[in-house]
Design a protein around this ligand. Structure first.
Ligand code: ADP
Ligand code: MG
Length: 503
């Protein structure tokens, strides 16, 4: 019996999974962050003038020959080792033949039956192991740009290195699929394999989806949803596709193997073409490149310099910074966030402890990140940097730690710092927000509050002790939130008691 998968955000799928198993396999194309292209020496750069990073090889000029870029191989090896793949000592490049204007050679150099890596896996939170079938090297195509009735081609991306990471069909809900994709993304970004920029298409996923009768050991026919470039859309596209296939099957129809696109505005998948077969591509070994031979020494060298994996980093955060597991996981889920957090910790060493900084990060900073990402219409995971000045955060926390401002004013300044970009010091000066800690001022304000609220004071003496918060609140209100809370509490208590004794 296969387990029932609870799909929290897609209740309708729970009904479907009473009778059917959802089967999902994911292919990811990830652009390698190498300095030059996969088989030639043009720059691998985004945003340059069209057709400025080109050369005879990536333009397929007669007589130009490919040469393997060793940096790309090292990056792909890094990925293989990180997910526990078996590295093939001998792998072979292959030609995948098809015609498209963005592919001037008429074929893509990829790998076919002898890829660089076989096997490996990633483990999801529910302990499910998603097996990786293979990781292969290939080259990207150029970009077609349609202007009015004309079509233009930019070959800057043609020949840039990619790895394709193919999972086994081991996922059984949209949430598992997006968790797998997020995890893979955090790997490539943490390991500096790719910038993982989803908006620029540097990390794109194809989801293969099928249904089978619950518990059956035979897979159903799959559809492939191409190039989904957001975690949320991947989930939604799969959920839609499951419902669509379910309806067809329940009405006695059958699924035809096809390649589909996803329209995020309509939240629908739509047919692009019938799925091509391997034989349509006439794969054959690339005659211009020798087999790729990987030595044991090379594997060991890459293994020894493998950057920290997200899981390892999480454990280190728990151990070194004494953070609760939850905090460590939240912060280490993104390299951008964990790097920023570590900078905060190191710059505020001896001033604020790590747990305090983790709280600050997970509330204030992450809220600012979320708001910023929302205005750009993307998910916070997709940002390449924390949109909050580190320098300003450090000065704010220092002002708070040395008592110049209260925590409450700190929150206010943080908001203003984000919206205006001004430094906390300037904001404090302009708005006169320095914390009031001197005994005389605090005494005067307490006195005023007690004098003006005699009836509440009597109630307090009658036993309504909760009113203490009211007196403190009034004092804070009068001072515009600037009183030192510790001192205020202490002084207020003393003065109330002395009035009790007098009365
Ligand atoms: P292709 O290039 O034809 O799409 P690949 O072997 O590259 O073939 O990728 C197949 C992907 O589809 C893999 O991720 C695999 O796990 C997944 N897959 C294979 N069969 C099914 C199925 N019946 N249902 C869902 N996913 C499947
Ligand atoms: Mg495919």
């Amino acid at each position: 019996m296969s387990e029932h998968v609870f799909s929290k955000n897609y209740p309708i799928l729970n009904k479907i999974t009473e009778k059917y198993d959802i089967v999902i396999g994911i292919e990811v194309h990830c652009q390698l962050a190498s300095k030059s292209k996969m088989f030639s020496r043009s720059k691998n750069a985004y945003g340059d003038a069209p057709n400025s990073n080109i050369d005879p090889t990536c333009l397929a000029l007669p007589g130009a020959l490919p040469v393997v870029n060793e940096e790309c191989i090292d990056l792909a090896l890094r990925m293989g080792l990180a997910v526990g793949s078996t590295i093939q000592k001998v792998s072979v490049f292959a030609r995948k033949n098809y015609f498209y204007p963005d592919l001037p050679k008429g074929y893509q150099i990829t790998q076919y039956d002898k890829p660089l890596c076989f096997g490996g896996s990633l483990t999801l939170q529910n302990k499910k192991v998603v097996r990786i079938e293979r990781i292969q090297l290939e080259e990207d195509a150029g970009k077609n740009i349609h202007v009015g009735t004309a079509s233009l081609v930019d070959y800057n991306r043609a020949g840039v290195g990619l790895i394709e990471i193919v999972s086994c069909p081991d996922m059984s809900s949209p949430e598992e699929a997006s968790e797998y994709l997020k995890k893979l993304h955090s790997y490539v970004v943490n390991l500096d394999i790719s910038d993982g920029d989803l908006d620029r298409g540097n990390f794109r996923a194809d989801a293969n989806v099928s249904l089978k009768p619950k518990g059956s050991s035979t897979f159903g026919q799959r559809c492939e949803i191409k190039n989904v470039n957001s975690f949320k859309y991947l989930e939604k596209a799969i959920a839609y596709e499951v419902e669509r296939q379910h309806e067809i099957i329940e009405n006695g129809g059958s699924i035809s193997m096809e390649t589909r696109g996803y329209d995020s505005d309509k939240n629908e998948t739509y047919s692009l073409r019938t799925k091509e077969n391997a034989k349509d591509y006439r794969y054959f070994p690339e005659p211009d490149l020798p087999p790729l031979i990987i030595s044991n020494e090379r594997i060991e060298r890459i293994r020894s310099i493998l950057p920290e994996l997200p899981e390892t980093k999480t454990s280190r955060f728990i151990e070194t910074y004494h953070l609760p597991e939850y905090d460590a996981k939240v912060i280490c889920a993104s390299k951008v966030n964990s790097t920023y957090f570590e900078k905060l910790v190191s710059q505020l060493k001896g001033t604020c402890d790590a747990k305090f900084l983790a709280n600050f990060f997970m509330t204030e900073v992450m809220r600012a990140i979320k708001i910023y990402a929302d205005t750009k219409g993307i998910s916070p995971d997709e940002l390449n940097e924390v949109p909050v000045s580190l320098e300003h955060c450090v000065s704010l926390l220092k002002l708070q730690a040395n008592g110049t401002i209260s925590g409450r004013i700190g929150k206010e300044i943080f908001e203003e710092m984000i919206s205006s970009g001004k430094s906390p010091n300037l904001i404090v000066k302009e708005k006169n927000l320095i914390q009031i800690s001197d005994d005389i001022s605090i005494h005067e304000i307490c006195l005023k509050v007690l004098n003006e609220n005699q009836s509440q004071l009597n109630d307090y003496f009658q036993g309504k002790e909760k009113l203490f918060g009211f007196f403190v609140g009034q004092a804070m209100k009068i001072s515009g939130g600037k009183l030192n809370p510790g001192k205020l509490n202490e002084r207020m208590k003393e003065m109330i008691e002395s009035q009790r004794n007098k009365g």
